[in-house]
Design a protein around this ligand. Structure first.
Ligand code: EPU
Length: 447
């Protein structure tokens, strides 16, 4: 049982999921300002990284999203003391975590729970965590994470129930070459290596902004990490890590999604609290598509007045075009008159949402990892189901452009990664509401 939390038992009568839906009346221009929240994929690594600290960490600019709530709840269940100081600031004290075991029921649904492996291993030389879940877009192996742990002297086993156990007498620095550029493996190896004996070198490391953010956070606790943001990261193990105060970076993908939304609906929106360099690949594609992007120090203005032009996009690890923007840019390209080719080179199966977008009249053919989009300049409103987080975001982008009323169900996916998406879109003039699904009723009794 989870310690430190009120216990709420739910008896579910019937099998109906608790699902609201978004109702979007599209065709309205977006005008005004949106403040971008902290980065999900930095927060879900930095929060478990606090396990490694011997003090209290104050984390600022934490997004208020369900993935953050879940990872915080997991730590609480393990013994952490977490206080919310304000909407985006948490004080986290993990000194109450004494066992390197994560609660299966919470962990299994979350991809980022694999960071518990690295953090617990780094702290206790041992970890036991359920195999990570999360959005389904093909195979999501963790062999490169395990390869790194094993080079540092840990042995692992995976039980039939899907629990990953890793253990070492002590962790020693190692030279690790990643066979694929992996965000998760790079961060997890960093977590395990910060307190290891000696020096760890990660070659072919991922370079995403959140890799640099995790390294900066760990360094602010006293770690010795150099080279984050390049192919080669060098980690000299240190004996102890102290408490710190740290503000996480703005969310590159949330910002990109609002850029796509403005481009789709038309209008003029200032995105505040962004790092324009993190948006460069997205900005470049927007400009190719005839969208104006003006960069300031920590904001960007997006203006779409002219018709969108077709273009080709290939997703790649950073600094390439991010896979987490592939669905949003693909729907945008359905609004361009002409042929665009989108190639997904990171994930095996990230075009499942295309069937939903076809309901809006889009002419898209998918062949393995390539989508051929024959844009005709318009989308028609339709009912859709979010198939994963970014797919759901793309459906919102599409619905904002379609004249008439669209419905999006399975919105829980979207709330995993977008803080107050309804409020932020309403503030720039979108007609979007969250309403209970009339045809999917949950009948539950809390006791
Ligand atoms: N891969 C392996 N072996 C591994 C690890 C990865 O073969 O051990 C492969 C994967 O199958 C994939 C590629 O390497 O084909 C890249 O995977 P990566 O490890 O980089 O992805 P991840 O760490 O599981 C994070 C983000 C994803 C984002 C990817 C790529 C988090 C929690 N998730 O996943 O974000 O798509 O990096 O940038 O940080 C999202 O936010 O919507 C999302 C899915």
């Amino acid at each position: 049982m989870c310690r430190g939390l009120p216990v709420l038992k739910l008896i579910i009568i019937g099998v109906f999921p608790d699902m609201d839906k978004f109702v979007i009346k599209g065709g309205k221009k977006l005008l005004g300002e949106v403040t971008i929240s902290g980065a999900k994929n930095a927060a879900v690594a930095i929060i478990p990284a606090v396990i490694l600290s011997d003090g209290v960490c104050r984390l600022e600019n934490i997004p208020n999203i369900s993935d953050v709530t879940l990872i915080a709840k997991i730590l609480q269940c393990m013994g952490a003391d977490i206080k919310r100081i304000n909407k985006s600031t948490l004080d986290i004290d993990c000194r109450g975590i004494v066992k390197p075991v994560a609660p299966y029921d919470l962990v299994k649904d979350m991809r980022a729970s694999y960071y518990l492996l690295g953090a617990l291993l780094g702290k206790f030389s041992e970890a036991s965590v359920a195999f990570p879940g999360g959005c389904d877009f093909g195979k999501r192996p963790i062999d490169q994470h395990l390869k790194g742990f094993s080079a540092m002297g840990a042995v692992h086993s995976i039980t039939e129930g899907g629990i990953v156990n890793v253990k070492a007498d002590y962790l020693k620095g190692a030279h690790i070459y990643l066979d694929v550029v992996s965000v998760g493996a790079t961060m997890n190896i960093m977590l395990a290596a910060v307190k290891a004996h000696g020096t760890t070198i990660i070659e072919n490391a991922a370079k995403e902004p959140h890799i640099v953010d995790l390294a900066n956070f760990l360094n602010s606790m006293g770690a010795n990490i150099k080279g984050a943001g390049t192919d080669t990261i060098k980690i000299n193990g240190v004996k102890e890590l102290k408490g710190t105060t740290y503000s996480i970076i703005p969310d590159q993908i949330e910002a990109g999604t609002y850029m796509a939304a403005t481009a789709a609906a038309g209008g003029n929106v200032l995105l505040k609290n962004v790092t324009p360099e993190h948006l460069e690949s997205i900005t470049a594609k927007m400009r190719e598509m005839n969208v104006t992007v003006i960069e300031y120090d920590d904001s960007v203005r997006v203006i779409r007045e002219k018709p969108i032009l077709p273009c080709n996009v290939t997703t790649m690890p950073h600094p390439g075009f991010p896979t987490d923007m592939q669905p949003q840019i693909s729907v945008l390209l359905t609004l361009a008159k002409g042929l665009s080719i989108v190639t997904e080179s990171v994930w095996d199966n990230r075009f499942r949402y295309i069937n939903e977008i076809r309901r809006m009249g889009a002419d898209i053919t998918v062949n393995d990892k390539t989508a051929t989009i024959n844009g005709n300049g318009v989308l028609i409103p339709a009912p859709m189901r979010a198939t994963d987080l970014r797919a759901g975001a793309a459906m919102i982008v599409a619905a904002l452009a379609a004249n008439g009323t669209s419905f999006i169900e399975d919105i829980d996916y979207i709330q995993r990664g977008y803080e107050d998406i309804v409020g932020k879109l309403q503030a720039i003039g979108a007609d979007i509401e969250r309403v209970p699904s009339s045809d999917n009723e949950t009948i539950s009794v809390a006791i």
